[in-house]
Design a protein around this ligand. Structure first.
Ligand SMILES: [Cu+2]
Ligand SMILES: [Zn+2]
Length: 168
């Protein structure tokens, strides 16, 4: 009897862990006219005690800092343009980056790509849970991101270079 109780407790703990800390792996592709170009790896998204942990496992990207956001529509076609703007359920129409309580909910910490074209450094997006971003798109831009609309709109990342769809 005692053994059964211990096993039941263990099982319930595992189940609740799964419920509270959801996780998904998003395959990423370079964008082209049809949406899906060359595969460049994936990004793992994990719910955590303070937001979503983003763990990239990416290759074949230009080295340096890249603007990185959740875009509204789950569609990477037309060189990423079909994904629409930054996820913004509050209609803030403001690009403030991931560390302000106002502005686009989809603004993520910049993606850092090393000199060999790989990105593996995990970052934390503190403002949402995985359930809030399911069914939208992850987008990587050619340029960086200064978490502001000045001097350039949307952090100045410019062209969209890679995209993936978040499907839990
Ligand atoms: Cu973007
Ligand atoms: Zn934004």
């Amino acid at each position: 009897m005692r053994k059964i109780v211990i096993w039941m407790t263990a099982l319930l703990t595992l189940l609740s862990y799964k419920l509270v800390f959801a996780s998904v792996v998003v395959p990423m592709y370079l964008v082209d006219v049809n949406g899906q170009g060359k595969s460049i790896g994936s990004i793992k998204l994990d719910d955590s005690f303070c937001g979503v942990l983003l763990t990239p496992n990416l290759h074949d990207l230009p080295s340096g800092m890249h603007g990185f956001h959740i875009h509204e529509k789950p569609d990477c076609k037309d060189k990423g343009m079909a994904a629409g703007g930054h996820l913004d359920p509050a209609s803030s129409k403001t690009h403030n980056g991931p560390y302000q309580n106002t502005g686009h909910l989809g603004d993520l910490p910049v993606l850092i790509v090393d000199n060999n074209g790989n990105a593996t450094l995990p970052t934390l997006a503190p403002r949402f849970k995985l359930a809030d971003i399911n069914g939208h798109a992850l987008m990587i831009h050619a340029g960086g991101d200064n978490y502001s609309d000045k001097p350039e709109k949307l952090g100045g990342g410019g062209e969209r270079i890679a995209c993936g769809i978040i499907k839990e």
